[in-house]
Design a protein. Structure first.
Length: 269
């Protein structure tokens, strides 16, 4: 495992395309809405339903409600981004509002993912329903392509929170369901309630606590979306390439407010 060897050796293995985290060339099929396809150039894409997702997305936890940020989000799609990640709580709701203004209606082939239920007590059914409804209004949409339970609520059983999200999925208001900052046992519990299409956990070159979660996601065909993907030593391209090599189900979402940085991130593919 790379975590057991010096950084330089890990980067050397990555650049040679060898070692346990080398890019996997095979084609796999996910059981919960995601499929993994190998392109002729060796780049791997992740497919959510009928949408092929570029394996570099956009994190938006600093996106404020300004004309400049609306323009920025609009620029990211033609630049190559088709997976935008937000949450009910980001910048007090401004992130969702900006995305709703910039991308309404959401371009074909683009996925906007959001999350709810971050704070303690917010996993209660009444609170979670309210947040889902508010996210729909802010995003100016009738359907959310991917909705995560943002955190497991210590005051509410995981199953109870997910039953609310599952009810929206059954009605077609939410297409795919994800969970965030969870362990392997919680993933298995969640899958007993609703098909899980994505897991979003903290993971990067410096923090590999969730290696076992990635392994389960790869085995089960669940997308793994690491947040804080650029933490650790090394340049941005090296850190992103390392994540992309870690597993074909990994889809990093580096946050930025710069279209130049978006293009630099995409160049790591």
């Amino acid at each position: 495992m790379f975590r057991d060897v010096p950084m330089l050796a890990a980067i050397l293995l990555l650049s040679l395309g060898t070692g346990p985290y080398a890019r996997r060339p095979e084609v796999g099929t996910a059981g919960h809405g995601f499929t993994i396809a190998s392109l002729a150039c060796g780049a791997v894409t992740v497919k959510l339903g009928n949408t092929e997702l570029v394996r570099i997305g956009l994190g938006t936890n600093r996106l404020g409600d300004t004309p400049e940020h609306v323009a920025f989000v609009r620029e990211t799609v033609p630049a190559g981004i088709n997976f935008v990640d937000t949450a009910h709580l980001y910048v007090g709701g401004e992130s969702e509002r900006v995305i709703g203004e910039a991308l309404h209606p959401v371009p074909e082939g683009c996925v906007v993912a959001t999350k709810g239920g971050y704070h303690s007590g917010e996993g209660r059914p009444d609170v979670l329903r309210g947040q889902i409804e508010e996210s729909l209004r802010r995003l100016r949409t009738d359907t959310i392509a991917l909705y995560y339970l943002h955190r497991v609520d210590p005051q509410t059983p995981l199953e109870q929170s997910l039953e609310v999200i599952a009810s929206y999925r059954e009605r077609g208001v939410i297409r795919h369901v994800g969970i965030s900052e969870v362990d392997v046992d919680q993933i298995e519990r969640a899958r007993q309630v609703v098909p899980i299409a994505a897991v979003q956990n903290r993971y990067n070159l410096a923090d590999r606590e969730h290696d076992d979660v990635i392994d389960v996601c790869e085995r089960e065909g669940i997308a793994f979306v690491p947040f804080f993907p650029l933490r650790g030593n090394g340049d941005t391209a090296t850190k992103l390439k390392w994540l992309l090599q870690r597993s074909p189900v990994v889809l990093p979402i580096p946050g930025t407010l710069s279209i130049e940085h978006v293009r630099e991130n995409l160049a790591a593919l």
